[in-house]
Design a protein around this ligand. Structure first.
Ligand SMILES: O=C(O)c1ccccc1NCC(=O)[C@H](O)[C@H](O)COP(=O)(O)O
Length: 221
């Protein structure tokens, strides 16, 4: 029995880092893919990384980056998250633990992906929208996740304070990952990419802790 871990992704501001840590986040994600509205400049990673408290995992998120870009970020990261079409060999060539994001497109053979990415510490399962590598704010059919995948599952995609307890009850993931669901809202209700809302952060973490306290995980690292 263990608590469901919490990763908050898309951190761009020091105050959001402190708010997320205060809420009990276990890991914080920095998007190092320039195509995202949540991307940070590589030069800013050092400063933001220094704001993260001890024992909180700093995760760098890459989408088909070149090896030199990943290497340059390594001093400021604890864990690498590969969110594109990276091969297992590419993911494994850096001197850091890594996880692989899989977007749950129709026809994806999860068992085969588990075998292919055997060196990953966990698999992050995310929604699939063509042309958008991540951060879609959309859920996928959680019933597609087998009970025992043989790897820790990080559930992502459209999680919010309102649905995360249900997601944990259905999937019993090792961890949950959220970005848009804890962002501040613009006037029309759309998430403001890269700007976290402290109240949403608190609500999200509260619901995870409440829901996950008695969850039994099929696979732990
Ligand atoms: O967040 C992004 O903008 C992003 C862009 C490209 C690849 C991955 C990205 N995010 C990765 C994450 O780990 C997100 O937290 C995950 O996709 C879930 O996002 P959301 O549905 O907004 O909670």
């Amino acid at each position: 029995m263990s608590q469901v871990r919490i990763k908050i992704c898309g951190m761009t501001r020091r105050e959001d880092i402190h708010a997320a840590v205060a809420c009990g986040a276990d890991a914080l994600g920095f998007v190092l893919w320039p195509g995202s509205g949540r991307a940070i400049e590589p030069a800013r990673l050092a400063a933001l990384s220094a704001e993260v408290a001890p024992f909180v995992t700093r995760v760098g998120l890459f989408v088909d980056a070149d090896a030199a870009s990943v290497e340059a970020a390594l001093p400021y990261l604890d864990l690498l998250q590969f969110h594109g079409d990276e091969s297992p060999e590419f993911c494994a060539r850096f001197a850091k633990p890594w996880i692989k994001a899989l977007r749950m497109r129709d026809g994806l053979d999860l068992e085969q992906a588990v075998r292919r990415y055997a060196g990953a510490g966990a698999l992050l399962l995310d929604a699939y929208r063509p042309g958008v590598p991540g951060g879609t704010g959309e859920t996928f059919d959680w019933s597609r996740i087998p009970g025992d995948l043989g790897k820790p599952v990080i559930l992502a995609g459209g999680l919010t304070p309102d649905n995360v307890a249900t997601a944990i009850a259905r999937v019993a993931p090792y961890a949950v990952d959220v970005s848009g669901g804890v962002e501040a809202r613009a006037d029309g209700g759309a998430p403001r990419h890269g700007i976290k809302d402290p109240a949403r952060l608190r609500a999200f973490c509260h619901h995870v802790r409440a829901a996950g306290a008695t969850t039994i995980h099929a696979a732990t690292p």
